[in-house]
Ligand binder design. Structure first.
Ligand code: NAD
Length: 514
């Protein structure tokens, strides 16, 4: 068992207690970490603020060097990182490699390279006649101290991943990882330190919800990823100090399969992106709508593929397809959704139970449901588990209506061999990102914003906006050549006022209008 000390690269601080970290695939306790109280969080914030100016002063080149070294560290130590992720999440080796290590390695290089471009000064030209000859500049400067609060489903991608652009922009960062999965964050802080990150620029505030709440009071910006319910609380708390927030929240992503789709590809995508990370992905395929003529064939393909999945503890590459669940209460939610669907007349074609066979840990089998409708929780609430409910629809119009019949709007996918038709459908879905003949992979495009509509969030990660949110924009107006007094200044005279009136008519009053 790892000790508290081993996992605490922090200055000694007031600790409210400690948190036992479990391996959810076995139920064994594998480590303890401190549960930091508000005073400890304030202490970390003070230390971070003290060193932030020196980190900013390193410039893009200096900061980029640290991030690129960390990229190499991550690749060189990928097995250790994967083992840590697998041990605290129960996910498979491949889920940790593909959706976490690959993402992290790409992100470290991407932000090191692109931060200077996205945050470069912009020269602005103004149409105002009063500003001729003046220099107008929009610049981005670090916001100061960023608080990142993360969920348990992707401890590298959705926690550490959001720290990378914040650091690249020149900020200090305090990361509050989920209390369920804090070990990966602690390891990655070690990676950054070994790569030359000055002490205190980044800290990990281990703890539960109260630690997250305390962090909000201390920082200049909050990047939160988690459930919609907690996101609301985060925004309320941040409102007290007018602290800006970016919220990446829950989802109920629909997949639409049109009658002309490549059914083999659609079925592979549904099974993979429905079961990836045991269905605990914010942009998981959570519900599928299939046009009636191809419904049965699609269901047959999905059923065959889902039945073949090895739902087991991953002990290395290639040893399992779908891992355990990570957070015990989530298993209860999945069970409730499947039971509710059964009670209301749905059929379970694959799985449908916890599948315990003395393994210990927290498990739910890959599950395929048909005969579902929108009276059922599995089609309306975020399940966040390995379930794939498939609903037959009359046509594309019904599919679009049902896809949009949700409080969420994170991601979606549409399958059709006619890409133009697929795109036309995609444009009518109320979701922050929609893929055509693909699913989920938009997340790997760090150039493309990823964020939710409706109750799925506020703001986005990735792209220019994904780093500018960690900066304060400042407008500069510089007058180099000027008279002693501008023409519109006191005293007001009839001659000048008449001249200005003429100017207004000349500039804006000429020409025909419809
Ligand atoms: P959660 O909301 O329970 O917890 C998220 C984090 O918030 C944890 O670190 C938790 O300790 C902290 N927290 C709890 N109460 C708090 C409070 N009052 N103030 C501040 N922080 C507080 O979410 P979870 O169960 O860890 O994660 C699963 C959820 O995250 C799902 O809904 C999933 O869809 C969502 N998610 C969204 C994205 C996205 O990009 N949109 C990505 C991953 C996960």
């Amino acid at each position: 068992m790892a000790s508290v000390e081993e996992h605490t690269a922090q200055p000694p601080a007031e600790v409210a207690g400690d948190i036992a970290v479990e391996n959810p695939a076995t139920g064994e306790v594998i480590a303890h970490v401190p549960d930091l109280g508000p005073d400890a969080v304030a202490e970390l914030a003070r230390a971070a603020r003290a060193v932030q100016p020196a980190w900013e002063a390193l410039g893009y080149d200096g900061r980029g060097r640290v991030l690129r070294r960390a990229q190499k560290w991550l690749v060189d130590h990928s097995d250790r990182v994967i083992q840590t992720i697998v041990s605290e999440t129960g996910k498979t080796y491949e889920d940790a490699l593909i959706a976490e290590v690959m993402y992290g390695a790409n992100a470290l290089g991407f932000w090191a390279k692109n931060a200077p471009r996205y945050l470069a000064d912009e020269r602005i030209r103004s149409s105002s006649p009063l500003l001729k000859g003046k220099k107008l500049v929009l610049r981005y400067r670090p916001i100061g101290l960023v608080g990142v609060i993360g969920p348990w489903n992707y401890p590298l991608t959705n926690s550490f991943g959001d720290c990378v652009p914040a650091l690249a922009a020149g900020n200090a960062v305090i990361l509050k990882p989920s209390e369920v999965t804090p070990l990966t964050s602690l390891l990655l802080l070690e990676a950054l330190r070994e790569s030359g990150l000055p002490d205190g620029v980044m800290a990990i505030a281990t703890g539960g919800g109260a630690t997250g709440a305390a962090l909000i009071d201390e920082v200049d910006m909050v990047m939160f990823t988690g459930s919609t319910a907690t996101g609301r609380k985060v925004m309320e708390r941040a409102a007290q100090t007018l602290t800006p927030v970016s919220l990446e929240l829950g989802g109920k992503d629909p997949m639409i399969v049109l009658a002309d789709a490549d059914l083999e590809r659609a079925a592979n995508q549904a099974v993979y992106y429905g079961m990836l990370n045991t269905g605990q992905t914010c942009i998981s395929v959570e519900r599928v709508y299939v046009e009636a003529p191809v419904h049965d064939e699609f269901v047959a393909k999905v059923t065959e593929k889902a039945r073949a999945l090895r739902n087991d503890r991953s002990t290395g590459p290639g040893t399992a397809d779908v891992g355990s669940m990570t957070f015990p209460p989530q298993v209860d939610i999945v069970e409730r959704h499947v039971q509710d669907a059964r009670d209301k007349g749905a059929q379970v074609l694959v799985g449908g139970s916890r599948g315990h066979d003395g393994r210990g840990g927290y498990w739910y089998e890959p599950t395929v449901l048909v005969g579902v409708d929108h009276t059922m929780a599995c089609m309306r609430e975020e399940t966040f588990g390995p379930t794939l409910p498939i609903m037959k629809v009359a046509d594309a119009e019904e599919a679009i209506r049902l896809a949009n019949d949700s409080p969420y709007g994170l991601g979606a996918s549409v399958f059709s061999k006619d890409a133009a038709r697929g795109e036309a459908v995609a444009r009518r879905i109320d979701a922050g990102a929609v893929c055509v003949n693909d699913s989920n992979v938009n997340y790997t495009a760090l150039e493309l914003p990823m964020g939710g509509m409706k109750s799925s969030g506020l703001g986005s990660r990735h792209g220019a906006g994904g780093i500018r949110k960690y900066a304060q924009q400042q407008s500069l107006l510089i007058s180099r050549l000027h008279t002693r007094k501008d023409i519109h200044m006191y005293p007001n005279t009839a001659r000048v006022t008449a001249g200005l009136g003429k100017l207004v008519r000349l500039l804006y009053g000429r020409g025909k209008r419809d």
